[in-house]
Design a binder for this molecule. Sequence first.
Ligand code: 3HC
Length: 310
Amino acid sequence: ETAEQHAAFEARIRNGEKIEPGDWMPAEYRRQLIRMISQHAHSEVVGMLPEGEWIDKAPTLKRKTILMAKVQDEAGHGQYLYHAAETLGATREEMIEALLTRRAKYSSIFNYPTMNWADVGMIGWLVDGAAIKNQTMLAGCSYGPYSRAMVRICSEETFHHKQGKEMIVLYAQGTPEQRQMAQDALNRWWWPALMMLGPHDADSPNTGVLSQWGIKLKTNDEVRQEFLNEHAPELLEAGLTIPDPDLHQDADGNWKHGPIQWDEFWAVIRGERGLGNERLATRQAAQDEGAWVREALEAYMNRAAKGEAA
Ligand code: 3HC
């Protein structure tokens, strides 16, 4: 990699140009994008598990069809993102292997349990709400295939977010049992949703280079601030109590939270707390049970290549 190549690349980034798969790019730019996009894809696929287990327990047919559509959307998001990572030279096999051997991560938020139906609503409001802030930012990313995938994903997330918010507002205005379910869900999902947006900027080793190359247009704390400023007042408006005694608005109107328990964040990511081991076991089982399909496809492709395919 010559200084001239880097200078030309940096100029393209400064000009707001989209970098496309066949373009020259620093190896570190490629590595960072494969890391980030593949982990984003893993998050979408693992993210199907917490809500998927409630599809057959939905309280009405309407809620069941909405949840089925949402979980199917997440599967599709995973496919777009694995394909976006493949445009950088990563193979599906390598990415799945990295997930199953814990060399790759997926979003910490999906290692928390879904205890009852109100969690489905709260995930829509908070988790998809946080995802929209993060993914709207990434829609401006300098890598073409990633930014274009975000545009499509964000429009589907908006539906996920609205259906969750509608559910929780209804329960918050419902019977005392429904209100308590909504409050209990908020108590369990509020802090994990704040953590989902990543460590504080001072503890974020990747943000520097990602910002320099126009991959991340806002830092973790800036996206978290956007999340807080939108959702704190709306949750309070719905009559719920946010489980943070230090939460307040500062002189500029920004909502400020209390200290985040980052030791919990890292323990959940390492699978020492929460459902990380169960989530990976489920993904490993899916990989094993699907082996015959991949083998049949390969056998067919080999025969087709020899002109023997039926
Ligand atoms: N869960 C697990 N790991 C996390 C994490 C989280 N919530 N936040 C940060 N990390 C990891 C990072 O991956 C990094 O580890 P690595 O170097 O081994 O990959 C380490 O912690 C340090 O964090 P950094 O802030 O330096 O990492 P990034 O600069 O990559 O920022 C991020 C983290 C904001 C999650 C960024 O990677 C990102 O924007 N990723 C793309 C979006 C994404 O993955 N969203 C996850 C949710 S997907 C979703 O919500 C689905 C929706 O449909 C519900």
